[in-house]
Design a binder for this molecule. Sequence first.
Ligand code: IYR
Length: 219
Amino acid sequence: MSRFVPHRPRRFAVEESLSRAEQLYEELDARRSVRHFSSEPVPRALIEAAIRTASTAPSGAHKQPWTFVAISDPALKAQIREAAEEEERRFYGGRAPESWLKDLAPLGTDWRKPFLQTAPWIVVVFAQAWGLDDDGQKAKHYYVPESVGIACGMFITALHHAGLATLTHTPSPMKFLSQILERPDNERPYILFPVGFPAETCEVPDLTRKTLDEVAVFR
Ligand code: IYR
């Protein structure tokens, strides 16, 4: 049976709330998706902390239907790069419609994914379509894509807050990740994050973000 405990989160004066909100906005507005990583090592403790933060995400019926697989083994990273590039070669070589490739042009991406080897970590997030209870019976999971998506957003935020860079990478199809990482039947690859520090020569596309008016309606 469920037990309830008191919850009294910190309250701030309005002025302080506004200042904190603005500060977080400034911090997150400075985040960019990075495709050029330094090979400088990143302590495992930083990855662990970001995963713990991600795992505080709300989830359907609190099932926390996610598995974060953190990879630093160079041989495994090489294997993932090779398999991803094979899929991406097909994607850029004809599978993607012209209109999609045109939308991607400003990002300067192509089939080559050297960052999968250069970045000191690759974190692959798997969505658990169902769980397994103590007797090994299937247990239902709810709102899995929503839950895992929220956890991934919090993971990105945690990495950025710690001064690390990442990229939401979704080689398509991603089935090869289940095989290489030997994941069980109930887990589906959801997103792959290379994680590290940006290369010293790192550049990102000169993008602008939509204004508040373009993304919000108040009534
Ligand atoms: N998965 C490919 C293509 C790609 C698709 C989208 I939508 C992007 O925002 C970026 C890339 C790749 O990683 O290159």
